[in-house]
Design a protein around this ligand. Structure first.
Ligand code: TRP
Ligand code: SF4
Length: 334
């Protein structure tokens, strides 16, 4: 029997290159080795976007299509929608007794997010909702309702997994051994820098190339990318290591990257031509992904069915697990 792996994504925006080189590539490998549950975490998405339900609704399909476009195979991966599994919400309530408010406030991920919110909205404690503070509890329920053993996450999510393990230990010690303690595997060991040279590519940073960007958008973005500022004239020698154009050549133009490096250093390459070559390589890289995506856009019913089928399998699994949980907690009345 294959081990179960579970991960989730908030449906709050389209995927970009950071997701692709970070998480996406590791998902592609994992889908062959594990029974893979992939949660489209709409309920968690609403913790930050409760006043913008249209955004979450729209992005459920968008993000599913992005994930299919990068090559995740719906025969291997169970795509499901979080809100369609009410057992998750139920388990969240049970777990909420097993975690203290101060422990949640000390969770480094939550802490960092609260600090970020304060920076954005001012020092207003009232902006922190009960739902937001409790989302690690809900995420623990996401994972354990499927008996997830392995959880691929980014580094920023490790404290959430630690929190989940603590809740599991507490549950097992009080009610008996129901859950396995899940372990994390780092999925985005490769963090992609933004077009502006920022260490992180992100939607809110405005420095991302999205998988669905048009050729024109890609061209504009690359034309504006940060290069070696000391290179003024076309034949000035430059330092590719501080140039974002070179950085992306390394990712999507592997065949010619050595030439790019040598010619840049030798002053044999102008930045405009260099950017044009990158635009071309980027399109060659992204076009097959976009084509696959187009197929799903034109066959929306297939996407609906993939989500339905995955959700059905997830629901079955969650129901079985919930039976065991209720038995252990002595709230099985039938
Ligand atoms: N919190 C995760 C993120 O923002 C998304 C997520 C939801 C998740 N449920 C999960 C990740 C369960 C791992 C396991 O990226
Ligand atoms: Fe960057 Fe290319 Fe210009 Fe060198 S030639 S600085 S690699 S854009």
């Amino acid at each position: 029997m294959k081990k179960t792996i579970l991960t989730g994504l908030r449906p709050t925006g389209n995927l970009h290159l950071g997701h692709l080189f970070g998480a996406g590539e590791s998902y592609l490998k994992l889908q062959d080795e594990y029974e893979f549950f992939l949660e489209i975490a709409d309920v968690q998405g609403l913790t930050d976007n409760f006043n913008n339900p249209e955004k979450v609704r729209k992005n459920v399909k968008e993000i599913t299509m992005d994930l299919l476009a990068i090559g995740l195979d719906p025969k291997k991966v169970h795509f499901f929608i979080q809100s369609k599994i009410p057992e998750i919400a139920e388990l969240t309530v049970f777990y909420s007794n097993l975690v203290t408010v101060s422990r949640l406030e000390r969770n480094p991920t939550v802490k960092a997010e609260i600090a970020q919110k304060k920076e954005l909205f001012g020092n207003n404690g009232e902006s922190i909702t009960y739902g937001f503070l409790g989302y690690p509890v809900s995420q623990a329920a996401d994972i354990t309702i499927f008996d997830g053993e392995v959880v691929p996450v980014g580094e920023d999510q490790l404290p959430l997994l630690e929190q989940c393990r603590e809740i599991v230990r507490k549950f097992n010690s009080i009610y008996g051994e129901v859950f396995k303690e899940p372990t994390a595997v780092l999925s985005n060991t490769k963090r992609i820098k933004g077009l502006d040279g920022n260490e992180k590519m992100g939607k809110s940073l405005g420095n991302a190339i999205f998988l669905i960007d048009s050729e024109e958008t890609i061209s504009n973005k690359i034309m504006n990318a940060i290069t070696d500022p000391n290179k003024i004239k076309k034949d000035d020698p430059a330092n590719p290591e501080i140039c974002m154009v070179y950085y992306y050549h390394k990712l999507v133009n592997k065949e010619n990257v050595e030439n790019v490096c040598r010619e840049c250093k030798g002053g044999d390459r102008g930045c405009v031509a260099c950017k044009k070559e990158l635009i071309n390589a980027m399109n060659n890289f992204l076009n097959p992904i976009k084509e696959r995506r187009k197929f799903y856009e034109e066959n929306e019913q297939i996407v609906t069915d993939i989500l339905k089928d995955g959700t059905k399998i997830a629901k079955q699994r969650a129901e079985n697990q919930m039976k065991k949980i209720k038995e252990a907690m002595m709230i099985n009345y039938d």
